[in-house]
Write a protein that binds this ligand. Structure first.
Ligand code: PLP
Length: 287
């Protein structure tokens, strides 16, 4: 059976799925999205992702396209139709279809699109060796806490990383402090062994993986600090890693072409990756 997508109330073949040319997501990037990881057929941290979706929509004064209960049913139906075991579910909500005009339309109904993608979580070489990041100026707007589909600086940043032979670009604010990756949150273990990630604010997306890891750290009584850290601190760090729904916990072993620490994934990173994987495998993650 061909892969299907959900588009505004209908399940359609993925290849034929389309939205109207006057969808405000298409014309203004007037919408938000979520990526929910799926492991062994189960959504991971589904409610925190839906909480963030609701929050992002609220910040933009867009209504939820349906009740949370109905949304969960659509997620399950699409996963079942696509026999999704490992990978992720993508959902996007825009302000809807209306004649092009910047101001909010009076009558538009929020538009909902969902797709799934089969994909195994990163393992093997990337995890064993760690990945490289480059640093680039953070060119984004001042509401990075909203998971907006407006991702042009992130797209350009990721491409700069790929062109430079790296995996991710860490964006840097005007004060020389790292905000986050183009699609990941950034963490370091400083030369003084302090585990650090930037605090949640309008400067970063508060990653669900980030939040889950923080929860696991608290449960295990591991000390960590939420504060901005500079590029210089990252260069001198003992360890670094990134977190996201598709990477889980990924060691970072090079920054701007230079090794971090001894150039290999560190002990803290490996322990946290294991802790997160254990969470994903366990009952608490599952919906
Ligand atoms: N930061 C940005 C800019 C992102 O786009 C993402 C994920 O797409 C993240 C961080 C990580 O968030 P999560 O852990 O919810 O996937």
């Amino acid at each position: 059976m061909p892969r299907q997508a959900y588009v505004n109330g209908r399940y359609v073949p993925h290849g034929a799925a389309a939205v109207h040319i006057e969808d405000r997501g298409y014309q203004f990037a007037d919408g938000v999205y979520e990526v929910v990881p799926v492991s062994r057929g189960r959504l991971i941290d589904e409610d925190p992702h839906l909480d963030r979706l609701e929050r992002s929509l609220g910040e933009l004064e867009i209504d939820m396209p349906m009740s949370r209960r109905a949304l969960k049913l659509v997620c399950r139906q699409l996963m079942r139709r696509n026999r999704l075991s490992n990978g992720f579910l993508y959902m996007q909500v825009t302000r809807g279809v209306a004649p092009r005009d910047h101001k909010f339309p009076g009558a538009a109904r929020p538009a909902l699109v969902m797709t799934t993608r089969q994909m195994n979580p990163p393992s093997g070489q990337a995890v064993a060796e760690g990945v490289g990041v480059i640093t680039i100026p953070d060119l984004r707007w001042k509401r990075c806490d909203i998971k907006s589909v407006s991702l042009l600086p992130n797209v350009l940043g990721k491409q700069s990383a790929i062109t430079a032979g790296a995996y991710e670009a860490w964006m840097v604010d005007p004060e020389g402090r790292i905000t986050e990756g183009t699609s990941t949150n950034a963490w370091i273990v400083t030369k003084d062994k302090e585990l650090v990630t930037r605090e949640a604010s309008t400067s970063i997306l508060n990653g669900i993986t980030r939040l889950r890891l923080i929860d696991l750290l608290r449960q295990d009584g591991v000390t960590f600090t939420e504060r901005p850290f500079t590029v210089e601190e990252a260069r001198q760090a003992r360890e670094a890693f990134l977190t996201s729904s598709t990477n889980f916990v990924m060691p970072v072993t090079r920054i701007d072409g230079e090794p971090i620490g001894n150039g290999h994934p560190g002990l803290v990173t490996s322990k946290l990756r294991d802790a997160y994987l254990q969470f994903v495998e366990g009952p608490e993650a599952r919906a």
